[in-house]
Design a protein. Sequence first.
Length: 51
Amino acid sequence: MLKKIVICIAMLLLCGMAQAEEQRTEVPIGNSPVIGPADAPVTIIEFIDFQ
């Protein structure tokens, strides 16, 4: 699995797609549980649907 991820990243770099224009999306988290500082430079949101 890790090997596939490394290959994908390498391909993106070779194709120049990794230098694409920066895009940001604001996602309201409301009163969701959080870990870490509120002013962190990156927010990772995980969605899990147990069905």
